[in-house]
Design a protein around this ligand. Structure first.
Ligand code: UDP
Ligand code: MG
Length: 311
């Protein structure tokens, strides 16, 4: 019998988990002849999440868990979940029911009957989200798709149904700075996209502040594009050429027209602008350097405190 592993990252989800479990089970009952396991990855929750998971496990031994020693972030939770998943098919979904389990059967059929290797989902709107947040999200996708050779799907969610082969491919990318949406595009395969309207979370609160999202966006850009480095080199070149021309102009004016030197305000402005651009470029280089620094340290992506899965 084939098996589906459902990987669910959870961080402070004590309220959402019981609702999630019930709803998921309802839909898993629609499957014939298939075995499944639910792998909750407790990402160092500070609330009762782990006890809630243990309660579920005592009632249902298909419920498994991996618990981290501290909060490592959703990306690490995804990686750990994939590493511990033993199914022929893997599902990744959030624990707040923003990813409707009702789609699972369709996703399964797309993979088993229509010949797809993976099914991704995207939300077609961002109803219920702060306007500013949606606006920046749109801008981010425009920007990253201009900068990166790997195309990211706007509104793509971390709700995917994949074959084991796709999971293994994602796991073979062992980078420390992980941007899953990009990694999923990077590995390729034949992907079907399903669309749905945005759904609000059932309980609890979002873990993503605006600042966290901004950092995540930078992560995405530096992980999948080196174009910012090229842009800063081009700006540098343009400024070199411009300053060279200006020097010629000043020499010409002084020698031929005998113009006295004047205008320190303009000089100050130029110094400000040029040093600003220099710092900006240095910042871009710094971003890449810091990522490289973290990569070469080769630290583990997550640390397990306890688990009931033996790999
Ligand atoms: N999550 C996690 N670690 C974190 C932050 C979030 O495992 O550090 C999980 C969280 O429990 C949820 C999923 O990632 O299952 C998505 O988080 P959330 O719903 O807060 O994000 P949003 O849907 O608002 O973008
Ligand atoms: Mg959510």
């Amino acid at each position: 019998m084939k098996k589906i592993s459902i990987v669910v990252p959870c961080y402070n989800e004590e309220k959402a988990l019981p609702l999630f479990y019930e709803e998921l089970l309802k839909h898993m009952n629609n499957f014939d002849n298939i075995d499944f396991e639910i792998i909750f990855v407790d990402d160092g929750s500070k609330d009762n999440t782990i006890n809630v998971i243990n309660d579920l496990h005592s009632k249902d031994d298909r419920v498994k868990y991996v618990s981290f020693s501290r909060n490592f972030g959703k990306e690490s939770a995804i990686y750990a979940g994939f590493e511990h998943a033993s199914g022929d098919y893997i599902v990744l979904m959030d624990s707040d029911l923003q990813d409707p389990p009702a789609l699972l059967l369709d996703m399964y059929k797309s993979v088993t009957e229509e010949g797809y290797d993976a099914v991704g989902t995207r939300r077609v709107n961002r109803k219920g989200e702060p306007v500013i947040r949606s606006l920046f999200a749109r801008l981010f996708y425009k920007l990253i798709n201009k900068l990166s050779p790997i195309q990211m799907v706007d509104g793509a969610r971390d709700f995917i149904f994949i074959k084991k082969e796709v999971k293994d491919a994602i796991l073979s990318l062992k980078e420390y700075n992980r941007y899953s949406k990009g990694l999923f595009s990077f590995v390729g395969f034949k992907v079907k996209w399903l669309e749905y309207e945005n759904i609000q979370r059932v309980a609890g609160e979002t873990k993503w502040s605006f600042w966290k999202l901004t950092k995540y966006a930078m992560e995405g850009i530096t992980a999948f594009s080196t174009t910012p480095l090229i842009i800063s080199s081009i700006i540098g070149l343009v400024f070199c050429i411009a300053s060279f021309l200006l020097i010629l102009l000043i020499i010409f004016k002084t020698i031929i027209l005998g113009d006295p030197t004047s205008g320190w305000p303009s000089l100050v402005c130029i110094i400000f602008m040029v040093s600003g651009i220099q710092l900006f470029s240095l910042g871009i280089i710094g971003q890449y350097l810091s990522k490289t620094y973290l990569e070469v340290k080769n630290r583990p992506i997550y640390i397990v405190k306890e688990t009931n899965i033996d790999k």
